[in-house]
Design a protein around this ligand. Sequence first.
Ligand code: FPP
Length: 257
Amino acid sequence: MLKLFKKWLNPTRRPANATAGDIELDKVPAHVAIIMDGNGRWAKQRGLPRVAGHHSGMKNVKKITMAANDIGVKVLTMYAFSTENWKRPKEEVEFLMKLPQEFFPLEIEELIQNNVRIRMTGWKDGLPDYTLKAIEGAIERTKDNTGLILNFALNYGGRKEIIAGVQDMMKDLQNGNLNPDELNESLFSSYMLTSDLPDPDLLIRTSGELRLSNFLLWQLAYSELWFTDAYWPEFTEDLFMQAIAEYQRRARRYGGI
Ligand code: FPP
């Protein structure tokens, strides 16, 4: 089988100490999902307030997006705010909600130059107007782009998504638009918020925590999982490529042999 090899990253962006090696360009995961964890601990370690960690984490989003784009990833889903994150102190929630209005004006031009399309997975209800305005503006400005989809999971929770999907199914059932005998995995997927996206091939979680935290529960059923101890603000392109290289060494069997 033909294998395309290329040093893992655009040479202008590849750090001198890169270790990940070659990436096979015909085996790049189409959809990578990332749980960007450890911002608070990163800040604490440096004697900084937790929000400084979130700010630094925000700065890392474009860098990893560009690395993913360089090797041909089609969809990058970033867990930016969960339905459970509302339980955090008011000041921290407010800070997180203000990040999109800082991030997009700063990064949108380069994202557009690289043909990146922004989208969001989550509930708009409950988000402050300024957050919605920032993200909707970016979605609108990039809607005709055809490159990598940078998908922010914002005010997202996997169980809420499944319950909302089941409610929609029950309505369709009542209206006579759904026959229970026809329900299968692909029809179920069509009721999820990500119905237009492929399921993630690879899930990356930073900060050494080994759990899903209510992220894409239905969609991650057959994803490869990759964990690193690095906190999100210190997660590098090289670590990203290490995750991709490891993914390429794995045999995905989907329950077969
Ligand atoms: C988890 O770390 C991280 C978050 C809840 C927020 C992640 C968001 C970003 C990195 C910025 C997203 C950017 C945009 C533009 C929306 P944590 O606070 O749980 O860390 P800890 O476990 O060390 O406390």
